[in-house]
Ligand binder design. Structure first.
Ligand code: PRT
Ligand code: ZN
Length: 285
C-alpha cells in the first residue's frame, strides 16, 4: 500500500505538538528525534523531520505530500500548496513594534522608517496595502534587538506572550497577521494519497472537536429537570437516567468549552448538584 509522507518540524516550537497530535490520532511511531525520517507502525504514514522554513517547498515539490507548519511560514514562502486544516496550536501573531518611548498613532507613522524583520514578503504586502514606503531590513533572527543597536526604527516579528518585546523596551503597535499551525498538502495528490489524507483528517477533526468540548454529568431534581435540560445543548439531546434516590435524575451532556462557565452557573442556579466535568478524548459526530 502507498504511504502518505508528512513533513513536520525537526525541532522547535511546533515539533512536540505535531507529534502529540498524531499520537492522539492513534498513530504509533518510533521516536525518531535524531533521525531524518521514521514510519508509523499502524497507519500508512511516513514522517520527515525538517526545518519549518523548508516545509512549504518540500510539499510543493512533492518530496513530502503533506506538512505541518505555521500559517506565517506558508504565507511568507508563498508556495502553491493547499492549506487544509488549522490545528489549534502554535498560536502567535505577526506584529509591528516600536521603541516604547516613540509616539505612534497610525500606520502612516511607519512612513520612511527602517523596519527589521524575518518576514519581508508579508511585511511588504502590508506596507503596500497601506501605501507606506519604508525600508525593509531582512534579518534572520534576534529581530527584537535591532532598534536597540541602531539597525532599525521598528520591527515586525512574531509575538505570543509579548514578554520578548517588553524586555527589549518595545511596544506592539500593529497586528499584521494571526497565525497557528496548519496542515498543508501538495496540490496533485493521487486518489490513494487523498484517501489516506481524508482518513487522517477525519481523526484530526475528531481530536480537535474533543478538545473544544467537555462531558458533563450532574444530578438534577426532577421538579426542575425540564429547565436544566433546556440549558444543555448536548450532541443530540442530554441523556437522563433515574438516580436511586427518589425525585432525582442523573443528566449527561456535552458542552462547548466557550459556553462552559456561563452554562455551569445557570445549571447551579437551576438546582443542579454534583456537577462533574470530564475531558473527552475523541468526538465523532
Ligand atoms: O529550526 P527551525 O527553522 O525549524 O525553527 P524556527 O526557529 O524558525 O522556528 P520556531 O521553532 O521558533 O517557531 C516555529 C513556529 O512556531 C513559528 O513559525 C510560528 O508559527 C510558531 N510560533 C508560535 C512562534 C511563536 N509562537 C513565538 N513566540 N514562533 C516564534 N516565536 C518567537 C518570536 O519570534 C520571538 O522571538 O518567540 C519570541 C516572542 O515570544 P513572546 O512569548 O516573548 O512574545
Ligand atoms: Zn525556521
Amino acid at each position: 500500500m502507498q504511504k502518505l509522507r508528512i513533513a513536520i518540524q525537526k525541532s522547535g516550537r511546533l515539533h512536540d505538538d505535531s507529534i502529540k497530535l498524531l499520537k492522539e490520532c492513534g498513530i504509533d511511531m518510533n521516536n525518531g528525534v535524531n533521525k531524518l525520517k521514521t514510519e508509523a507502525s499502524n497507519f500508512p504514514l511516513e514522517l520527515f523531520f525538517l526545518r519549518d522554513d523548508d516545509i512549504p517547498q518540500y510539499v510543493e515539490d512533492g518530496v513530502a505530500d503533506i506538512g505541518i507548519v505555521g500559517e506565517n511560514v506558508v504565507l511568507e514562502k508563498n508556495r502553491p500548496v493547499d492549506a487544509i486544516e488549522k490545528l489549534g496550536f502554535g498560536k502567535c501573531r505577526l506584529s509591528m513594534a516600536v521603541p516604547k518611548t516613540m509616539e505612534y498613532n497610525t500606520v502612516s507613522d511607519m512612513q520612511n522608517m527602517r523596519i527589521a524583520t524575518s518576514y519581508p514578503v508579508i511585511l511588504g504586502q502590508f506596507l503596500d496595502k497601506n501605501n507606506i514606503k519604508a525600508e525593509i531590513h531582512e534579518i534572520s533572527g534576534s529581530v527584537e534587538i535591532a532598534p536597540g543597536i541602531g539597525l532599525a526604527d521598528a520591527i515586525c516579528d512574531l509575538v505570543s506572550s509579548g514578554s520578548t518585546l517588553f524586555m527589549n523596551g518595545l511596544k506592539e503597535v500593529e497586528t499584521i497577521l494571526k497565525s497557528e499551525a496548519v496542515l498543508i498538502a501538495n496540490k496533485k495528490l493521487t486518489a490513494e494519497q487523498t484517501q489516506i489524507l481524508d482518513k487522517l483528517l477525519f481523526r484530526i477533526k475528531a481530536v480537535k472537536k474533543a478538545k473544544n468540548n467537555k462531558y458533563v454529568l450532574l444530578n438534577a431534581p426532577n421538579d426542575n429537570l425540564a429547565k436544566i435540560i433546556s440549558l444543555l445543548p448536548g450532541m443530540k439531546s442530554p441523556t437522563v437516567l433515574p438516580l436511586a434516590e427518589e425525585g432525582w435524575s442523573s443528566v449527561h451532556s456535552v458542552l462547548n468549552e466557550n459556553d462552559f462557565w456561563d452554562i455551569i452557573e445557570s445549571l447551579k442556579a437551576a438546582g443542579a448538584q454534583g456537577i462533574l466535568v470530564v475531558p473527552i478524548e475523541k468526538m465523532v459526530i
